[in-house]
Write a protein that binds this ligand. Structure first.
Ligand SMILES: NC(=O)c1ccc[n+]([C@@H]2O[C@H](COP(=O)([O-])OP(=O)(O)OC[C@H]3O[C@@H](n4cnc5c(N)ncnc54)[C@H](OP(=O)(O)O)[C@@H]3O)[C@@H](O)[C@H]2O)c1
Length: 245
């Protein structure tokens, strides 16, 4: 029987990350579950059965992430590191509170960078590092605010890491469309092609087992946005401006 995979899953206490924890536990993986809320992680680990560990941390806190990497490295190499942690605050870009904006950059972008640094320490040779962007990072849309800018940054970061770590780690990028979670619960508009967390988790786990770099879903949403991104600005701006009304 093949040995169980070990996966460090960050942002595991809620939403897509929690659903991904359930998906991987069902597949027989041993999980190290991280997020800020130790209580919710404990409850999740208990519901998953024996063999999983809880390691609370704040991804935007360098000391926290380094301490976690040290603790994990001490137990032996892991097969995958998956970072789903992010925060979101909807609204018009110039109306967002600057302190909130700075926090979103810290968690979403700097956090991804800190996790990538830690991953290099804990992954087995050829192990997988998956960062979570978003279709919101494909193109600057009205009301996209700083969250979308951080997700564009994560996409760029993953692209750089894919090249830099080639041969050493299998770097992947996860770009979901709309998924019904605490995060999107803040949206006051109808979200097209909305998925449930369990559906998103299944697509992510399948995608991470296939070859390739980007996992994006649902295609009925992502393909249109990819085409929009490919347009020259003179053709794209009249379309995106319409969304601002
Ligand atoms: N839902 C969507 O439609 C959608 C679409 C595209 C991309 N995404 C991306 O998918 C990922 C998961 O989103 P979600 O919708 O599942 O959101 P969610 O339900 O709000 O879950 C976010 C997770 O991140 C953790 N987290 C937040 N800040 C953290 C920090 N500073 N340090 C460590 N963990 C932190 C949260 O736990 P604690 O609060 O306990 O820390 C929680 O476990 C995010 O990267 C998001 O940007 C989501």
């Amino acid at each position: 029987m093949p040995e169980a995979e070990t996966i460090w899953l960050i942002g595991a206490s809620e939403g897509i990350g929690a659903a991904l924890a359930r998906e991987y536990a069902r597949r027989g993986a041993r999980l190290i579950l991280s997020a800020r809320s130790g209580q919710r992680l404990d409850a999740l680990a208990e519901s998953l059965g024996p063999g999983h560990h809880v390691l609370p941390l704040d991804v935007s806190d360098r000391a926290d992430v380094e301490a976690a990497a040290q603790a994990i490295a001490g137990r032996g190499p892991v097969d995958r590191v998956i970072n789903m942690a992010a925060i979101y605050d909807p609204g018009r870009t110039i109306e967002i509170d600057p302190d909130t904006a700075a926090k979103i950059v810290d968690v979403n972008l700097t956090g991804s960078f800190l996790v990538a640094r830690a991953a290099v320490r804990v992954l087995r040779d050829g192990g997988q590092l998956a960062l979570c962007g978003s279709v919101a990072g494909y193109v600057g849309l009205p009301q996209g605010q700083i969250y979308s800018a951080t997700k564009a940054g994560v996409i760029n970061l993953a692209e750089s890491l894919r090249a830099e770590l080639a041969g050493r780690a299998d770097v992947r990028l996860i770009n979901p469309g709309f998924v019904a979670t605490r995060l999107t619960g803040k949206n006051d508009f109808e979200m097209p092609a909305l998925l449930q967390p369990a559906e998103a988790a299944a697509k992510i786990a399948e995608g991470l087992d296939r070859r390739g770099f980007e996992i994006h879903f649902p295609r009925r949403l992502t393909i249109g946005l990819k085409l929009l991104r490919a347009l020259p600005y003179w053709a794209a701006f009249p379309l995106t401006r319409r969304l601002a009304r």
